[in-house]
Design a protein around this ligand. Structure first.
Ligand code: GLN
Length: 298
């Protein structure tokens, strides 16, 4: 979004007191209405219903200054989730910082797919590779309290955010591990489901210079070999970490579904599928640890 920050009220012109209604209508003309509400909710530490019910509530000078600063930073391009420090994902509100990718609605499809392959009445073992904010691991753990989830990330700063999210959600069935994909798993550890939303954007892709992506960690977005490096590593090594009939489920780029299915097939997976997101784009692909490789998949 490009916004002319000249349209924002100058500190010197602020007439105190200003009300909630004015803060939303007069100050945030250049900002998406929903985003302006999220920012004001964050400053006032209230929910959406409060703003509707208390349009006449006056902002203190400190609240007005903090809200104005958020509007200015948003106008300069910073993602609203980093400004408010949170983002809704599936049925949770998660803490996010610039150390983690902002959870996306399309990733809810991966969670939904994983949940449908994890029986609620069994102690399944689930592995989330590149957990970031912990969005996928924590949502699965919350909905499958009997499951034991291992969540891995290379970034210790991302893991700090993920741990804080698990604690805030009172989830105690996720174990966090720092590591490079499978490298730091205990030898011989096997899982029923492996999920991943790995980096899959090619270096130099023009999208990286647009919108929220400009502010997100490159480590979570960009993969070598034209966006394929991480997906390839995850698929080609997955079999050693999956129980027989275990599932590997991946989010990928808008144009990577068919090559992903091919890679799954070459790596011995069966029952290979792709699912489309709400925009009609094939966004999640997966497969089951094949029966021909029974010896390795016990
Ligand atoms: N889906 C994200 C985007 O294109 C990228 C996330 C990722 O690389 N895993 O904005």
């Amino acid at each position: 979004m490009t916004i002319n920050s000249n349209h924002l009220p100058e500190q010197a012109n602020i007439r105190h007191p200003i009300t909630v209604g004015e803060a939303l209508q007069n100050w945030a003309k250049q900002i998406d209405r929903l985003e302006a509400r999220w920012m004001l909710q964050s400053v006032l530490a209230v929910d959406a219903a409060f703003l509707v019910a208390h349009a006449d509530r006056e902002l203190s000078p400190d609240e007005a200054a903090r809200y104005r600063q958020m509007l200015a930073r948003r106008a300069a391009g910073e993602p609203v989730a980093y400004l408010t420090g949170e983002r809704g994902f599936y049925d949770l509100i998660l803490k996010v910082t610039p150390d983690v990718l902002i959870p996306r609605p399309e990733t809810e499809l991966l969670v939904e797919t994983a949940l449908s392959s994890i029986a609620p009445d069994r102690c399944s073992r689930v592995l989330d590779l590149g957990t970031g904010s912990g969005a996928i691991a924590i949502t699965i753990a919350k909905h499958r309290p009997l499951a034991q989830v291992t969540a891995i990330d290379l970034s210790s700063r991302a893991l700090a955010v993920a741990r804080a999210n698990a604690q805030a959600q009172a989830v105690d069935n996720v174990t966090f591990v720092q590591g490079d994909w499978y490298a730091n798993l205990v030898a011989g550890e096997k899982f029923d489901v492996i999920v991943a939303n790995p980096p899959y954007i090619a270096e130099g892709d023009p999208h990286l210079a647009q919108g929220d992506l400009r502010f997100e960690p490159n480590l979570a977005l960009v993969a070598k070999h034209n966006g394929w490096d991480c997906i390839r590593q995850i698929i080609t090594h997955a079999e050693a970490y999956l129980h027989r009939d275990g599932w590997l489920l991946l989010e990928h780029g808008y144009d990577q579904a068919s090559a992903c299915r091919e890679l799954l097939e070459k790596s011995g997976f069966v029952s290979i599928f792709s699912r489309t997101d709400l925009a009609g784009i094939e966004r999640v692909s997966g497969g089951q640890c094949g029966s021909f490789s029974t010896a390795e998949c016990l």
